[in-house]
Each structure stands twice: as C-alpha cells, then as structure tokens.
Design a protein around this ligand. Sequence first.
Ligand code: UN1
Length: 498
Amino acid sequence: MGAIALETDRLANFINGEWQEVQQKTAVVNPATGEEIVQVPLSDRAAVVEAVRAAKKAQKEWTLVPAPQRAEVLYQVGYLMKERKERLSRLLTMENGKVLEEARGEVQEGIDMAFYMAGEGRRLFGHTTPAELKDKFAMSQRAPVGVVGIITPWNFPIAIATWKSFPAIVAGNAVIWKPATETPIMAYELAKIFEEAGLPKGIVNVVFGKGSVVGDAMVHHPDIRVISFTGSNETGRNIAGECGRQLKKVSLEMGGKNAVIVMDDADLDLAVDGILWSAFGTSGQRCTACSRVIVHEKVKKDLEQRLLAKMKTLTIGDGLDEANKVGPIINQAGLEKIASYIDIGKKEGAKLLAGGHSLESEASQGGYYFAPTLFTDATPDMRISTEEIFGPVVSLIPVKSLEEAIEANNRVEYGLSSSIFTRDVNRVFQAQRDLDTGIVYVNAGTTGAEIHLPFGGTKGTGNGHRDSGVQALDVFTEWKAVYVDYSGKLQRAQIDVE
Ligand code: UN1
C-alpha cells in the first residue's frame, strides 16, 4: 500500500555534525496499523550539555557568515526537500498517520518555509532612524540571540520544525532541537538534509528523548537563551514559568478551540465543506482544527442534515491508501481522551448525531481509529465546547445573532483560529475585527494557514509570539540600537539639543 523502507533501522542523535548512537530506546508505532516501525533514542541530560557546547562554538562562526550566504544553505535545504517530497510524505504518513494528501501538504509547507526564509537572508530588515543630534547616525538591527532550543510536536513533525529552525538559522543562531518521540523520522530526515545541504556542524543538533529529561535539560541550560515550544497547555505553562525565572526568551503555541460561525445568509454547502475539512482533516489533531460550529438557529436543522449526509462519504483508514480521507489517531491515549469527551458531552446534555465511538473492527487493522463525531444542541459553556479534544469531534452551538456568535467564539480560554461563513460584507468586517483569535478566515474553515503569515493566537493559545511569517524572527533575534557619532566631538543626547 505504498509503505517505504526507512533506509535505516537506527535513529541516532545528530550532535556537532556526528551521528551518535544512544543505548536506551523506545518503540515508534505506525498509528494506522499498531506496528512498530523504528526505535527512537531516549537521550540523557548529558546529550543536551554536549549539544550546547558544540552549538555555542559553531554559532560564534555562523554569526560572522553574511546572512545571504547563510541563506544559501536554506535554499539547498529547500531543493533537497523538494526532491524528496514523496519519500518524506510517505514516511510522515507512516509515523503520524495523516493521510498522504495532507502529508504532502505538510512537507510542502516546509519547502515553502525554506525558500521564504532563505529570502530573508537578503532582508532581515532593521530601521535607519534620524538621530537627535547633528552628524550622528542611528539604526536598529536584528542580532542573533545565540543558542536556541526548539521543542516540536507530533501533529506537524516537519512543518513546525521548519517554522522554528529556519528563521533561527538564517538569523545566525545555532539550534538544539528536541522532536516529539512519537514522530522522530521527520527529524532524522531533516537532519540528514541539513547535513547534505552543507550546514556547518553544530548549527543544528537533534537530541531525541523525553520532554521530562531532554526538554527539561534544555529549559534549564543557562546557555540556551530561547525556547520555542509547540505542544500542550500544561507543559507550555511550566516552560514559561521556568523561562521567566531565568529571563529566557520563550515562544509558546499551545492549542485552540476553534469555531466556524455559520450565519443565516451563508452558502451552506460551502460551509459544510469547510467544516468537514477543518474538523476531520488530520482526524481533528490540529491546533487549528474546527471543534465548534456556532450556527444561526434559522439554518441549524438544514446544516445538521447537510453535515450528516456529507460525513457519510468520509472514508476512514490507513492514510497510505489514497482512497482514505481520514486517518488514525496518534495512539491509544489519544483515543481514550477523545472517548472520555464523548461521555462528557452526553452527560452535559448535548445530542450525539453521529460517531462517538472508536473503530475496533477489522477495518482498523490494529490501528487507532475514531469515527468522525457530530454533537448538536451544545451550549457555549459545556466542556465539549470549551476544552481542546484533539480528535474528530465537532459540536454545534445554536445562536440568534452575529453578536451572540462572536461572544460565544471569544468565551473560551484559547484564541488561535476562527472562521465565519456569510455573504454580508458588513458582517465580514465586523467579524474580522471582533473575533479574538490570531487567525481569522472568511468563507473557509479554520485550518490552512500559509507560511508567510504569522501563526499563533491570543489568550491561552500562547504568549504573544508568532511562528512562521517574518514575525517568527522576533523570538530568535535581539534588537540592537546602534549610534554612530561622526561629529568629532562629544555630543550629549537630550542635553546638547537646541
Ligand atoms: C497545527 O495545528 O499545529 O493551518 C499547525 C494549518 C496548518 C498548520 C497547523 N497549516 O492548519
């Protein structure tokens, strides 16, 4: 069915340009079949210390390489990713489960990010600014922070790594990268690409292992000056606390409870397509996944019927089979969490219209599958309407007006993505202003962010930083103000002005 050979049965850490074997390992399982595909190293804290030592040394040289030359490496990375797109996509489907079409899309995000950030090598814009005093020049420019740590999740194992590592590299930093243990193959493949592209040794160091060991060692290491993290709310808040104490820069992206608003004037067929794609794509395991539909009561019944009809056409199974539209859940724990929310929803009084169970029949082939699920008559405050489920579960919440819809959208603790389906231009502009999320879509679902725009959210989604877009450079750079006085005499700011 299109499974491909890994070409290695040994994943190793990549430290200072060397592949280092680690004794302790744990199994990586293909979520579509439950079969072990490879063993991932579980490094100890010493591996982080070694990686940081190498990174510090390498960064001193790297920062002196002109940014357009640093960018040349990223162009090479982009070409190699493009050449290997199909291989990477298939491996991604095997380790993560997302269907091949989506895996190809994710790898494409990485390729786009390579060329986009390579372009930044010739920009990295600062500002020239008039100085207060005569014969004095003032400017502000971006300077690399030094050694940065990136901690990436299993749901987008390659795209999110590129959102973080590429801006860090082009800006002149060295990177310590801890990928999720569920999806190490993308990290291994990307490390090989960095190596082949000619990235100097020590600029990217991959240390596989657990968050409680490797991640914790990174957060505590005094020479890692930035932590960029995407993952769970609880872990992110702990990282933020520790980084705060150490005055370390930190960028957090911790999920969403994203809603599609369907107004009474919406194109309902289009809304159904948008909801299905963003709620059930990646089996709902996206930070941007739609898990609430806030619907005008006048079109609620109609929308329910159309959604139910279209949901019947969703084919579920191994993502390597291109006939399948919905793949598996990452693992057993993920399945159990989703199942627990079905019980919660029922107890809270929402009405289950479809799905609500895992698929343990023959079709599941030993993998972890959950039926696309639709609740209706949910209220904005129910737990199924406010907590992140990370699965193919969507709840309809009826409302009477746009104001009520926006209020329901904004009531949750997260603020990543939102969407509105309407044909009324006034409603479009009101919604894009009032929806309290970092990303707003009009007449499209809640997923599908493009890499040259800032990705991130308000409130509990993060801490104000953004991945991708030129804004991704902010956390990996310090602003340096430079004053050059060419008057030949001491000129005192604020004092020697007329
Ligand atoms: C995520 O869910 O963590 O916008 C990333 C999207 C994708 C990225 C999602 N481009 O849905």
